[in-house]
Structures are given as structure tokens and as C-alpha cells.
Design a protein around this ligand. Structure first.
Ligand SMILES: [Fe+2]
Ligand SMILES: [Fe+2]
Length: 318
């Protein structure tokens, strides 16, 4: 009991001193559980997020755009890999995490349950969705759990490339023909509100936020990050000559921020609970990809076993 108290005190001291908690350090069960939930959800979002964009790789308008999009989607697979590895340091296996995703027990970002209908959606997704992801993830580089924080450093660098390539697509379309500009506007109309939802529920109704802030997993509240995103993005929309689909959007001289209209949280609830436009399709596709990749995992495991056996033989022979 006293030993537990000492360990807990040491943990609290580390947090207070902004020291990183590492995989082998003692940590409260609830801290471990919270991290497993958050990091695995994050990993799932990265790999499910490959689907809406993968949808356009074969239809990109030029070779250059195709290679940029391909690189971006591959980056997302890499992000999934770093994050699954970070979560594994907390004592959960990759199989357990994937199983939770495939059976619908685990959540992932609701944004990836919306369809990508036109090429302009590749612009809007990069600009808005990756833009919102950066806003959420930059503070995670300072998260109290070391393996998560370090994974985020590289992820954030890549996200900023994703955001720029998306903005570039939007810029080209906005400067193009009337039809192209209309396509860009339509994509903004569809992606704006779901992007604001990416920051999660309002602070007053966010059930995990307060504890996560105390543990320094989260550094800013959902509403603070959402406001920053709006403040950053509205001038970019103006630069594109596109209008943000919110009649209540207005610069507030007094607060120095944009005021914006209410978010339709019932839509968010619907999508997060499995009833968005593409939830079933995304999971079915993921399960199928997993099953079809079984032979790759088996071959890799067989190869690893051979290498280990050979190394073992050599040690005994020596
Ligand atoms: Fe990513
Ligand atoms: Fe990204």
C-alpha cells in the first residue's frame, strides 16, 4: 500500500515537472487505459482515413497529383504504424486493437465516414481535415507519455505537407473555370461542419477532457482548439474566394476571434454511433483488407521464425 502511494507520488511529481512518463514507469491504471483508448483510436483513424482518399488515387487529374496523393495516403499508413506501436508499449497487442476496430468496439474519427464525391474533396480533406488534425496533434507532441509524444513529432511534420497539398488543390480549382470553382465551393460546404466536429464535443459535455488535461495528455480543450482552427481557416477561405457555409460566422472585434454558428451535435452522435453515410462500408473494406493480407502476415512471421532459429543455431555453434 505504501509502496503504491510512493509510486503514485512519483508519477504525480513527474507530471508536475513536465517529465515524460515512459513505458516501463509505473503509472495509474486509469492513465494507462486512457492512453490505450486515445492512441488506438488515433491509429484507427489514420488507417481508416486512407479509404476516402484512396478512392481518388486512380482518378487523380494528372500524374503529379496522383503521386502526391499516393504519397499522402502512404504517410497515413505510416502514422497508423507509429501509433499502433506506441499503443503496444502500454501492454495491448496489435491483434486486440484491430479486433476492437473490426467488431465495432473501438471508435475512430467520425470524419472518415463521409464520402469523397469529387476531386475537390481531395482538396477539402487535405486543407480542412488534415488542418484540423494538425491543430489537435501539435499539442500532443508535448503529451506526458513519451512514446506518444515522440511519434507525434514526425506525424505533425507530415500533416503539414498534407494540409498544403490540399490547399493547393483548392487554390487551383478556385482559380480555374466557373465549374471548377463551384466544385471547390461544394466540397467546402460539405466538409466544413464535419471538420469542426473533429475537435469533439463542447467542453461542457466532453466526458474525458478534464482528467486528460490534469494528466497533461491534452493541453488545450476541444473548444479552444476548434476556435483556433476557425480563426486560422476563415482567412484562408477568403484567400480562395470561397464562402464558409455558416451565416452566423462573423469577426468579433472584442474577443479577437471569429464567432460561429452552433454545431449540429445530433449529426455527430449519429455518425459516431455507426450511422454515418459510410460507416458500414469503411469497416467492411477494412475487414476485407485484413483478411486478404493474412498471407503476408503469415509469411512475415515464418520468415522471422527462420531468422531467429538461424541466429539461435549460430549462438550454439559458437
Ligand atoms: Fe495522419
Ligand atoms: Fe494527414
Amino acid at each position: 500500500m505504501t509502496q503504491e502511494m510512493d509510486l503514485n507520488q512519483r508519477f504525480e511529481d513527474y507530471i508536475a515537472a513536465d517529465q515524460k512518463i515512459e513505458a516501463k514507469d509505473w503509472m495509474p491504471d486509469a492513465y494507462r487505459k486512457t492512453l490505450i483508448r486515445q492512441i488506438s483510436q488515433h491509429a484507427h483513424s489514420e488507417i481508416i482515413g486512407m479509404q476516402p482518399e484512396g478512392n481518388w488515387i486512380t482518378r487523380a487529374p494528372s500524374l503529379k497529383r496522383k503521386s502526391i496523393l499516393l504519397a499522402k495516403v502512404q504517410d497515413e499508413a505510416g502514422h497508423g504504424l507509429y501509433l499502433y506501436s506506441a499503443a503496444e508499449t502500454l501492454g495491448i497487442t496489435r491483434d486486440e486493437m484491430l479486433d476492437a476496430l473490426h467488431t465495432g468496439k473501438a471508435k475512430y474519427s467520425s470524419i472518415f465516414n463521409y464520402p469523397t464525391l469529387t476531386w475537390a474533396d481531395m482538396g477539402a480533406v487535405g486543407w480542412l481535415v488534415d488542418g484540423a488534425a494538425i491543430m489537435n496533434q501539435v499539442p500532443l507532441c508535448k503529451c506526458s507519455y513519451g512514446p506518444y509524444a515522440r511519434a507525434m513529432v514526425r506525424v505533425c511534420k507530415e500533416e503539414s505537407f498534407h494540409q498544403r497539398q490540399g490547399f493547393q488543390v483548392m487554390l487551383n480549382l478556385s482559380n480555374g473555370t466557373a465549374e471548377q470553382k463551384a466544385m471547390a465551393q461544394d466540397a467546402l460546404n460539405r466538409w466544413w461542419w464535419p471538420s469542426l466536429m473533429m475537435f469533439g464535443p463542447n467542453d461542457a459535455s466532453s466526458k474525458h477532457s478534464e482528467q486528460s488535461m490534469r494528466w497533461k495528455i491534452k493541453r488545450f480543450s476541444n473548444d479552444e482548439l476548434r476556435q483556433r482552427f476557425v480563426d486560422m481557416t476563415v482567412p484562408q477561405a477568403e484567400l480562395l474566394g470561397l464562402s464558409v457555409p455558416d451565416p452566423a460566422l462573423k469577426w468579433n472585434e472584442e474577443t479577437g476571434h471569429y464567432d460561429f454558428g452552433p454545431i449540429d451535435w445530433s449529426e455527430f452522435e449519429q455518425v459516431i454511433s455507426g450511422n454515418g453515410p459510410c460507416n458500414r462500408e469503411r469497416i467492411a473494406h477494412r475487414v476485407n483488407a485484413h483478411n486478404e493480407g493474412a498471407w503476408v502476415r503469415e509469411a512475415a512471421a515464418a520468415h522471422a521464425a527462420k531468422v531467429a532459429a538461424r541466429a539461435d543455431q549460430q549462438t550454439h555453434a559458437a
